[in-house]
Ligand binder design. Structure first.
Ligand SMILES: [Zn+2]
Length: 685
């Protein structure tokens, strides 16, 4: 989720993740073993007091002894699990390569397609021989453009993989009528991670822009484009103009401001873009569309006519080069890594080729691979345990609403209604996506990626005019992450996050409630965060909070924004309290509610002391250790601008000063660094 472009699935908040290797086999019969604490004690730093710094108490030794691997920009609980999940997937893919299909016709076997796609990525000898040749047919389509109207049609038609388009097109549920799908367009088209990279006067950003221009020129040279230096400057100028009209990430989060449904004719009038022509080229036949950032599209409409056609064509060729570079010969791959990997994220070496191949399979056939993954690595027992945990936390949430002192009875009733309608998905989809129409050719990597992207595009278009598909998943089961989708009012937990250190079915439940319990509570809380609260239980954008309740809620969230805004992860930087608001609310609410669920689960029986810690203490330590992470400065700088999540340290240390139970668990007193006076503690749910 870091560094991702405007998603096709815009509109729902997503948590951070975890993931690991195989689930444990069922225990043999016999007396149950004494439970373990589920804590990773060797990573703790006992020279730090948890009352002063929970993050370093639970992670300090690990932080001191761990280097971020040279091929990664960040390393921690989530990425360790992802790394292991990748290795598991590689094994599955290699087995799939030999699949002969149920009918004996290997060409019809989806596992075989996975294996062939992987093989097409791994065949570097062939890719090096091809050089820039796979780009040629795509360039030819750009060469034929002879007017701004042609460019608009091209943008509709191209739907290439990996975001190479200033118009992001998606099909999503209509925010004001969640029973139907609607077409949505949103800002996109930048190569650098955020508008600030183009516009900031910070000298570091100015240096990155110089490096970007040099990178552009080098890539254009590799692709045999004329006048690489001059072209690079013109492309950077055009992207800078696009960036100027991009909404900030804070403004983009605004669910109400981003919902602008209008007729296609009105959208064209308002933005100067011929949307009928664009949509026809994209294969969409609908009377209306949602324009997420109208002012951006008005600016784009002007740029389409005021910028030279030739510059647009150079930009469009560049977007193809940029998107396709990871799938071309090694000179493209290496040049791209020197900028995108080193300059933008601080990585020292590229990930091993097989890991990138696994990523390519995930991009193109992720759910097909997921079907193999859960067959091998997810047990019905794990699904059942997670299901119980979710329902305990939902019960605690219901009780929390009853006890809120700042919410009026009618708003409480609406909140209870929303909670009652919340849907829960655990592990993997009930129904899998079909890949039978996808053609995979072992000798045509770019073609494979392109056909897979077009299949997904068609899958999205096919939803228009049909009933909403409540079985659809927006993450694959092998993803170490979870999400809340406000239009569906659902929480979703892929199989890969249901593993240690998030969830250890064999361990005592205290740390589990602090870890996966906090994650589950987090996702439920997104339904009630500063944006999620605008949606009702049926997924419609409709304010159900009475004005006085909304005002009380906003006062609390302002205090939270001020608290996080004071954190400075790097000299001269701050956490953006507005950008991270929804995630910080979800972290705080989620842990608070999970703690109540933990207490209820004990049923009045005192928890044992394990590894020298009480149950109450292990709850918070389990929470602290899931935020174990180290991030390179370059990557952190980008995350602070683009990632709606606070850095791990502040996800741990920012939440607990507001949770009364933390004070009791560790006897936190005035003078301790995590102490807040009772009147200053922020209690939301
Ligand atoms: Zn989240």
């Amino acid at each position: 989720m870091r560094g991702q472009r405007t998603g096709r699935l815009a509109g729902f908040a997503v948590l951070v993740a975890v993931a690991a290797s195989a689930c444990a086999a069922p225990a043999p019969p016999g007396p149950p073993p004494a439970p373990t604490s589920g804590l990773n004690l060797p990573g703790f730093d006992r020279s730090v007091r948890p009352q002063d710094d929970l993050f370093r108490f639970t992670n300090g030794t690990w932080l001191r002894d761990t280097q971020v691997p040279p091929d990664l920009s960040e390393y921690g609980s989530f990425s360790m699990l992802s790394q292991r999940a990748q290795a598991d997937q590689r094994t599955l893919i290699e087995q799939a390569s030999n699949d002969t299909g149920e009918t004996g016709d290997a060409a019809e076997s989806t596992p075989r397609k996975i294996g062939d796609l992987y093989a097409s990525f791994m065949d570097t000898a062939r890719l090096d021989q091809l050089g820039a040749a796979p780009l040629r047919p795509y360039f030819a389509a750009v060469d034929r453009l002879s007017s701004p109207a042609d460019v608009v049609r091209y943008l509709g038609d191209i739907q290439h993989f990996d975001g190479s388009n200033p118009i992001g097109l998606s099909v999503s549920q209509d925010s004001k009528d969640a029973t139907r799908y609607v077409t949505e367009v949103s800002q996109s088209g930048l190569t650098l991670p955020d508008r600030d990279y183009y516009l900031s006067v910070d000298p570091k950003m100015a240096t990155i822009r110089d490096q970007y221009r040099a990178y552009l020129a080098k890539m254009l040279t590799l692709a045999a484009q004329p006048d690489p230096g001059g072209t690079a400057a013109r492309i950077l100028d055009l992207e800078t103009e696009l960036a100027r009209s991009h909404w900030t990430n804070v403004r983009k989060r605004d669910a109400v401001a981003s919902y602008n449904k209008m007729s296609v004719a009105d959208a064209s009038k308002g933005t100067g873009i011929d949307w009928a022509s664009y949509l026809a080229a994209a294969g969409v036949n609908q009377p209306d569309l949602v324009v997420s950032q109208p002012s951006y599209f008005t600016a784009l409409g002007k740029l389409l006519t005021t910028t030279q056609l030739d510059t647009w064509k150079q930009y469009l060729r560049w977007q193809l080069i940029s998107a396709d570079a990871p799938y071309l010969s090694s000179d493209f791959v290496d040049t791209r890594f020197d900028f995108v990997g080193k300059v933008l994220s601080g990585r020292q070496q590229n990930r091993e080729r097989w890991r990138r191949a696994v990523t390519a399979v995930n991009t193109s056939m992720g759910e097909a691979l997921g079907q193999l993954y859960v067959g091998k690595f997810f047990t019905p027992q794990a699904k059942q345990r997670a299901d119980e945990l979710v329902h305990n936390i939902l019960n605690a949430y219901r009780n929390s609403i009853d006890q809120l002192d700042w919410m009026s009875p009618p708003t409480k009733a609406a909140a209870r209604d929303k909670l009652a309608k919340l849907d829960v998905k655990i592990g993997y989809p009930n129904r899998w996506k079909d890949f039978s129409s996808l053609t995979i050719d072992r000798g045509d990597l770019i073609g494979n990626m392109d056909r897979a992207a077009r299949l997904e595009h068609q899958r999205a278009l096919d939803k228009l005019g049909k009933p909403v598909d409540r079985d659809e998943w927006h993450m694959t089961p092998q993803t170490v992450n979870a999400y809340y989708n406000p239009s569906m009012n659902e929480i979703v937990f892929p199989a890969a996050i249901l593993q240690p250190p998030f969830f250890d079915a064999a361990a005592d439940m205290a740390a589990n409630y602090g870890a996966i319990g906090g994650v589950i509570g987090h996702e439920i809380s997104h339904g009630f965060d500063d944006q999620g609260r605008h949606y009702d239980g049926d997924g419609n954008l409709r304010d159900w909070m009475a004005p006085a309740d909304a005002a009380a809620f906003t006062a609390k969230t302002r205090a939270l924004a001020a608290q996080y805004g004071a954190y400075s992860p790097l000299p001269g930087t701050h956490v953006n309290g507005e950008l991270t608001m929804g995630e910080n609310i979800a972290d705080l609410s989620g842990l608070t509610v999970s703690h109540r669920a933990y207490q209820a689960s004990l049923g009045g029986t005192p928890a044992p002391v394990l590894d020298g810690f009480t149950g109450e203490q292990r709850f918070f330590l389990g929470f602290g250790q899931i935020w174990r992470t180290k991030e390179r400065d370059e990557s952190l700088r980008s995350s602070l601008l683009t990632d709606p999540h606070s850095p791990g340290e502040f996800r741990a240390n920012g939440v607990v000063p507001n949770v009364d139970a933390f004070y009791q668990a560790f006897n936190v007193q005035p003078g301790d660094k995590l102490y807040k006076a009772p009147k200053d503690r922020i209690h939301i749910w």
